[in-house]
Design a protein around this ligand. Structure first.
Ligand code: ADP
Ligand code: MG
Length: 240
């Protein structure tokens, strides 16, 4: 579904992604972890072109991510993303947040867009909040709306960038539970998170990054039991 080969990126002189090779199969769940500043966000932002890579190739579902704006648009239709900050539109109700992109990007008729919105709001277990404005919701509920909104576009891949980092502890589980459900549907997922309980449950492979490189890729059982690199052991000893 996703192939990154020899991907390099610089911010000015700063070499932020170094020789990234990563292939993600359809239905696979990847969890990316690593110290702050190691390039995790930049890596996943390159997958939907929120950031541009300078060298190497990124191919998603057979479409190469290059200068061709038609390709970029096609990939954005297939790749959903959920951020640490929920980025909901504050002036729109929960339902309208879920309807807007469908109408704008797809021209979906209103009735159909609303029905799909309600379907995914049920999936994230908050259909009863549909007519409220985001500010009325808890952080956990807002993040679940953000997930529903992404799912309304029926993406083939979902990217999550520290989706629970901005949440109070008691709300983390409700968001992770929704993500576990989503994993159960066979969605291809790349999740940047330090929630290692989630990673053990859901990840097919762990990717550990440090200083712009992928240092280690391993199944969670191996990664947690015996990380191969000193940097990964040190990282795990700090967060577990
Ligand atoms: P992580 O998500 O692993 O914490 P990031 O991908 O956000 O790391 O950032 C990696 C490095 O790139 C950091 O040192 C960060 O300061 C730098 N960086 C991120 N975005 C930009 C930007 N737009 N311009 C310059 N430097 C950036
Ligand atoms: Mg980040």
């Amino acid at each position: 579904m996703i192939t990154m080969t020899g991907v390099n990126k610089w911010f000015g002189r700063f070499h932020v992604l170094k020789d990234i090779d990563l292939a993600v199969a359809t239905g696979e769940r990847i969890v990316i972890c690593g110290p702050s500043g190691s390039g995790k966000s930049t890596l996943i932002r390159c997958i939907n072109r929120l950031e541009e890579h300078d060298e190497g190739r990124i191919v998603i579902d057979g479409i190469e991510l290059d200068e061709d704006t038609r390709n970029i648009a096609a990939i954005r239709r297939e790749v959903g993303m959920v951020f640490q900050q929920f980025n909901l539109f504050p002036h729109l109700t929960v339902l309208e947040n879920c309807v807007l992109a469908q109408r704008r990007a797809r021209g979906t008729p209103r009735k159909e867009a609303e029905a799909r919105a309600m379907h995914y709001l049920e999936r994230v277990r908050i259909p009863e909040q549909a007519d409220k404005y985001p500010a009325r919701l808890s952080g956990g509920q807002q993040q679940r709306v953000a997930i529903a909104r992404s799912l309304c576009m029926e993406p083939k891949v979902m990217l999550f960038d520290e989706p629970t980092s901005a949440l109070d502890p008691e709300m983390i589980k409700e968001v992770l539970d929704v993500m576990i459900d989503l994993a159960g549907t066979g969605m291809t997922m790349i999740v940047v998170t330090h929630e290692m309980g989630f990673a053990r449950k859901v990840a097919d492979r762990m990717v550990f990054m440090d200083e712009g490189r992928i240092v280690e890729i391993a199944p969670p059982a191996d990664f947690f039991a015996a990380p191969k690199s000193d940097r990964a052991s040190l990282f795990l000893s700090r967060i577990l």
